[in-house]
Write a protein that binds this ligand. Structure first.
Ligand code: SF4
Length: 341
């Protein structure tokens, strides 16, 4: 009987996670919260946990594909390297995989050396700790080249997990957590229906750091409009100062189709900030930071231009290191404020 190669691949991963060179392993489907008013990512999709056996089966199928391509590569005299000719020959034998949503991802990952993995979808830590550990152990045993495993998780979920469980998960190989802070302002968190309080964010961030994870916190400049700008900036810095995460990543607010904030914007009922006002808010937030984090603008939404027409801010994944580069970063932002940005 002909072999069936079936495995699931979700839609999203953070840009900083290996570009197209990350293996995507789907642990859960969609978001268990799904109420944030700015977020269109998993709207109308039902959240589902996947069983450890189903996930392990996906990992085994991906490994099986790898071994098949490797064998072809050896037979072609290519020393088992994952190359275009060996992939081509494999796909000729398995045309049903041409349209598989995850096949290019898998080949890109293998060709790039199989180093980084991102666990999908929105909140992997919502899995039972033992199930997650079982999956991580299997993943690392099957693919010995893996150097880093990362995932999204919600503050509310992390805040509820015992530190002992978080440590167990970290020791099993999950290295980095990407957390959507959005804002540290209580009123704005409520308004956007984040489902987490500022205290949840602090507790989760501190616990994740204590358990040994690298923590990447995302905040959303412009989210509260001019009327909430000051509180948004100051309280976001206040929360981040108490976490001192490894990374603070800026994701400026844009109303996305399919969200209630987009509907408000189309009816002219949403307070929007100008590029300059957004930069003033960012300046205020960064000025109030007292952290040793890296501040990153690694997304096209950080679109401001310098007077010479180039991008104002470095969009690299490692960004600007605080406190060393704080004054330089603030000076750069000041040039954007002074110009047309
Ligand atoms: S928790 Fe994250 S994925 Fe879920 S709705 Fe909010 S922003 Fe979107």
């Amino acid at each position: 009987m002909k072999k069936k190669y079936e495995f699931e691949t979700g839609m999203y991963r953070p840009p900083s996670e290996g570009g197209s060179a990350s293996l995507l392993v789907r642990l859960t489907r969609n978001c268990p919260w799904n109420h944030c008013t700015f977020c269109a990512m998993y709207k109308s999709q039902k959240f589902e946990l996947r069983s450890p056996m189903d996930i392990i089966q996906d990992i085994n199928v991906m490994n099986d594909i790898y071994l098949q391509v490797k064998k072809i590569s050896v037979n072609m005299g290519e020393n088992g390297k994952i190359t275009a000719p060996s992939i081509g020959e494999f796909l000729q034998k398995t045309p049903e995989l041409y349209f598989h949503p995850g096949i290019s991802m898998l080949f890109n990952w293998l060709a790039a050396g199989g180093k980084t993995v991102f666990l999908q979808d929105a909140d992997s830590l919502i899995m039972k700790t033992d199930h997650l550990v079982q999956v991580l152990n299997h993943l690392k045993t099957v693919f010995s080249t893996i150097e880093r495993i990362t995932s999204y998780s919600r503050s509310r979920t992390i805040a509820r997990k015992p530190v002992f469980d978080l440590e167990k998960i970290q020791r099993a190989g999950l290295d980095r957590l990407h957390i959507g802070l959005e804002t540290g302002d209580a009123a704005l968190l409520k308004k956007i229906k984040k489902g987490a309080t500022a205290e949840d964010h602090i507790k989760a961030g501190q616990k994740a750091m204590k358990a040994g994870f690298q923590v990447s916190e995302y905040w959303m400049p412009g989210l509260g409009g001019n009327s909430m700008s000051r509180d948004h900036a100051v309280n976001t810095a206040r929360v981040l100062n108490q976490i001192n995460p490894d990374y603070i990543r800026s994701r400026p607010f844009t109303p996305r189709p399919g969200t209630s904030l987009y509907e408000n914007a189309s009816k002219n009922e949403l307070e929007r900030m100008t590029p300059k006002e957004q930069l003033l808010e960012i300046k205020q937030m960064i000025t109030a930071l007292d952290v040793t984090s890296r501040i990153c603008f690694d997304h096209a939404g950080n679109y401001w231009r310098a007077p010479n027409g180039r991008l104002l801010l470095n969009q690299g994944y490692e960004g600007y290191k605080l406190p060393e580069e704080k004054e330089r970063l603030l000076a750069i932002i000041e040039t954007g404020i002074a110009g047309d940005a």
